[in-house]
Design a protein around this ligand. Structure first.
Ligand SMILES: CC(=O)N[C@H]1[C@@H](OP(=O)(O)O)O[C@H](CO)[C@@H](O)[C@@H]1O
Ligand SMILES: [Mg+2]
Length: 560
């Protein structure tokens, strides 16, 4: 083991001592918390990225500093693996342990153990390689210093890629690592990203004209400058391009980041961003603060709000790609599947299975789970209901699409659009900008207005609420149920089942959030009235149980 690497880390750690706060955890969204508590965590992440790169024989690892849809006082940091995917689960646990080291010596010893245990060659000639980027939060600039301190101590070669969206950083990691391969993913630069997706968009749109404009709420986040740059590469409306009208693009004032706007606000409140006064049936979309989520929506006459969420984007994409595959004569060779979580509306699942006749897989919450499940299909469409998702083409499907010989002009057209989609859709992670273009291509090809898109199926009335409990860790789900059944607290699931059975077409489940200190309750039923009443009953059951366990814990403490 390299004593100088560990010695350097030990010394440098002293500048980024762990604050005396509750344990850090690398969760579904990496580390996320108040920005003023993150410096030591960022030092840890720099160290982890360097070790991971060494383990991967010098391939580049990515670090993204963002807290997505949270307000500006929060920040977060996550690690991107070599092909642009999320960090492997085993390393999440390593990152968690290392971030909780209380002294420089602990930090050094733990890092040393990881190096020994995983047989990481720190003495050889391979240099670690890391690239990083951040969103528009002011704290990002300070946190980068903690990252670079660790990268410097480990002799890592690094690039500061500046202010980018999360999916752009994922794109860059994969592009850098495939640069000299037979199948380069794209040019390793921000411009390369815009060039790749805009030229693919133009290829997809060569046969169709867009149907009106789209208004895009950028949540006053990094999506705003990125979308402005992207627009410069897209064909202008006068030449058949889509007219994109940008809203909420104030990145100078951190106060307004994600404030009453953005994809998370729109999805969870089921209302437009505040101050939005679009015409009835105007197509609108909202990005989140780091532009990896997108939802669409519109208002009917009388300001009735209609949401077109991740479930809608998934069904739209799967049906369109299915039609193209069939037109191209490839339906025997390319199987399409959809991946959802338990939060997908039951009507969407039914529509996919019975209307589109496609297979649905349901995974636990968290994009990583969906991504891995989608990789098992030839074409895997995955979206969380909140608008995070993408479409994955397997290497086999990619090859078939790119090498098929068309036998008619109709087949040629379908193949050209499919080929465009394989380049335009971000294959590494959900990407709001690439998904925006995807939806625009599909609506143009299908000649769909938002009204027609909405009419493909009718959502079951639903509600998602958050319940604050004494200890969310008491809530454990039964494995293999995609979090739809509780194993603990004992007996609670039976009580919920008895309650839910009183309502029509009802479904309800309870699980601990992976990102917040709370329990989430999701329910749907035949009418809003039934949903409301069922949710109150289930919430009360959870709260009652939580009160009981808090009281039991207090008694145990007193007795102890
Ligand atoms: C119901 C819901 O929307 N949950 C979100 C939320 O996870 P929780 O584990 O539910 O807190 O944050 C995750 C990370 O952004 C996202 O992947 C997920 O979809
Ligand atoms: Mg996000």
């Amino acid at each position: 083991m390299s004593t100088s690497l560990l010695g350097n880390l030990e010394l440098a750690w002293r500048g980024f001592e762990r604050p005396d706060v509750k344990p850090f955890v690398y969760g579904t969204a990496g580390f996320r918390m108040k920005e003023d508590q993150l410096d030591s965590v960022c030092f840890t992440v720099g160290t982890i990225a360097a070790l991971r790169s060494l383990q991967k024989k010098g391939q580049a690892i990515g670090i993204m500093i963002t807290a997505s849809h949270n307000r500006a006082e929060d920040n977060g940091v996550k690690i991107v693996d070599p092909m642009g995917e999320m960090l492997e689960t085993d390393w999440e646990a390593i990152a968690t342990s290392l971030s909780n080291a209380k002294t420089a010596l602990d930090f050094k010893n733990f890092a040393g153990d990881v190096i020994d245990r995983l047989n990481i060659d720190v003495k050889g000639t391979i240099k670690p390689r890391v690239i990083f980027a951040r969103d528009t939060r002011p704290s990002g600039e300070r946190l980068i210093k903690a990252v670079t301190a660790a990268l410097g101590s480990t002799g890592t070669k690094y690039d500061d890629c500046g202010i980018l969206t999360t999916p752009q950083l994922h794109y860059l990691v994969r592009s850098l690592n495939t640069q000299n391969s037979s199948n380069p993913y794209g040019e390793f630069s921000e411009d390369g990203y815009y060039k790749k997706i805009s030229s693919a968009f133009a290829a997809c749109m060569q046969y169709q004209k867009p149907n009106g404009s789209v208004v895009v709420d950028c949540a006053n986040g990094v999506g705003a400058p990125a979308l402005k740059k992207l627009i410069k590469y897209l064909p202008p409306p006068s030449e058949g391009g889509v007219e994109i009208k940008i809203k909420n693009d104030d990145i100078k004032n951190p106060e307004v980041l994600n404030k009453a706007c953005g994809a998370d606000h729109v999805k969870s409140t089921q209302t437009p961003p505040s101050g939005f006064d679009s015409k009835p049936y105007q197509r609108c979309a909202s990005l989140d603060g780091d532009a990896d989520r997108i939802v669409y929506y519109f208002c009917e006459e009388g300001a009735m709000f209609r949401l077109l969420d991740g479930d809608r984007i998934a069904t739209l994409a799967a049906s369109f790609i299915g039609e193209l595959v069939q037109q191209a004569g490839l339906s025997e060779k390319i199987k399409i599947g959809i991946v959802q979580t338990a939060y997908a509306n039951g009507a969407a699942t039914k529509y996919v299975e019975q209307g589109l006749k496609l297979e649905v897989k349901v995974t636990p919450t968290g994009v990583k789970h969906l991504h891995h499940a989608a990789e098992r299909f030839d074409v895997g469409v995955y979206f969380e209901a909140n608008g995070h998702g993408t479409v994955l083409f397997s290497p086999k499907a990619y090859k078939r699409i790119h090498t098929a010989e068309p036998e008619s002009p109709r087949q040629l057209e379908a193949l050209n659009v499919l080929r465009g989609l394989t380049e335009m859709i971000n294959q590494t992670v959900g990407d709001a900008l690439s998904d925006l273009l995807l939806v625009e291509v599909i609506l143009a090809h299908k000649h769909f207005t938002v009204k027609e898109w909405l009419s493909t199926y009718t959502d079951l009335p639903n509600k998602l609420i958050k319940v604050l409990v004494a200890s969310k860790d008491d809530y454990k789900t039964v494995s293999g149920t995609a979090e739809r059944k509780l194993a603990e607290p004992k007996g609670l699931q039976e009580q919920i089942d008895a309650e839910v059975a009183k309502y029509n077409e009802s479904r309800c489940f309870v699980r601990a959030s992976g990102t917040e200190n709370a329990v989430r309750v999701y329910g749907e039923a035949a009418s809003s009235h039934e949903v409301d009443s069922m949710m109150v009953m289930v919430r009360d059951l959870v709260q009652y149980r939580s009160g009981e366990s808090a009281a039991a814990a207090a008694t145990a403490q007193q007795q102890g």
